[in-house]
Design a protein around this ligand. Structure first.
Ligand SMILES: [Zn+2]
Length: 256
């Protein structure tokens, strides 16, 4: 339905996990030091979750996404060229050292709510902990494995230089011939936090007029907190927990 017919009201649908944990895909590189992906290869190179690609480059071995591993530093020739060092003197690599199958996602019908209300807070704590572990780990990996993001669109590329596929559809892309504008990525480009309103403990419905009093938190964090997890210090500022929320716009006017 058009927004003017809804008078700006949201049309709430049912939730998929992708609504709180936004999927970000990137090209999987067979060789992270190989040639940059040219435009005509853009449909031939597999796209996988960007976070998975980062972990593969950092050492995780997934049989379905092989990648070239070097055990010695490359030998640079001139300004841009290089050759691989001779690794013949090294013992056979332990091929299975980091190899692990990718965990299958739970089938939709097996996803059920916690069996009892008492189990919800511990699941919320566990989930929040996993979110923090993933973000902290990804941040550390990006210090060694550079990630680029387009300044015009959300495309990310796990490599110190961007790819050459001209598939940027963002603002004024015609002037750039579809080329992405690559710049250094930050963690939020790789794992978008998707900020949502923090529901006040009173559980009252949010009112548009009181918007300036409400705080926000990443959707995953907000779900966990509503489930009973403790608020971590770093989220307290944006959640505006220290701000009293007036009960009506009239009271709000008196406060301001
Ligand atoms: Zn772009």
């Amino acid at each position: 339905m058009l927004s003017d017919k809804r008078r700006g009201e949201h049309d709430w649908g049912s939730t998929l996990v992708e609504a709180v944990f936004l999927p970000v895909e990137a090209y999987h590189l067979q060789d992270r030091l190989g040639k940059r992906i040219p435009h005509d290869q853009r449909f031939a190179v597999p796209r996988i979750p960007a976070l998975v690609e980062l972990c593969i480059q950092a050492g995780v071995g997934l049989p379905e996404y092989p990648t070239k591993r070097r055990r010695k530093s490359i030998i640079k020739i001139g300004r841009k060229g290089f050759v691989d060092a001779n690794e013949d003197d090294l013992p056979e690599p332990e091929t299975d050292r980091f190899k692990q199958p990718l965990l299958q996602e739970l089938p939709y019908d097996e996803i059920v709510a916690p069996s009892s209300p008492e189990k919800t807070p511990s699941l919320a704590e566990e989930t929040l902990e996993a979110w923090e572990t993933v973000r902290d780990g990804a941040l550390k990996l990006t210090r060694s494995y550079a990630v680029r993001v387009c300044g015009y669109c959300p495309e990310v590329h796990i490599r110190p230089t961007g790819h050459k596929a001209r598939n940027c559809g963002a603002f004024k892309h015609q002037q750039r011939n579809g080329q992405h504008g690559w710049q250094a990525a930050v963690l939020d480009d790789l794992i978008p936090p998707r900020y949502v309103w923090h529901m006040p403990e009173s559980g009252e419905e949010l009112q548009r007029e009181l918007k300036t009093f409400y705080g926000q938190a990443p959707a995953v964090v907000e779900i966990c907190i509503q489930g009973g997890a403790e608020v971590l210090e770093k989220y307290k500022a944006t959640m505006r927990l220290d701000i009293g929320i007036p009960s009506s716009s009239r009271e709000a006017e008196m406060v301001v």
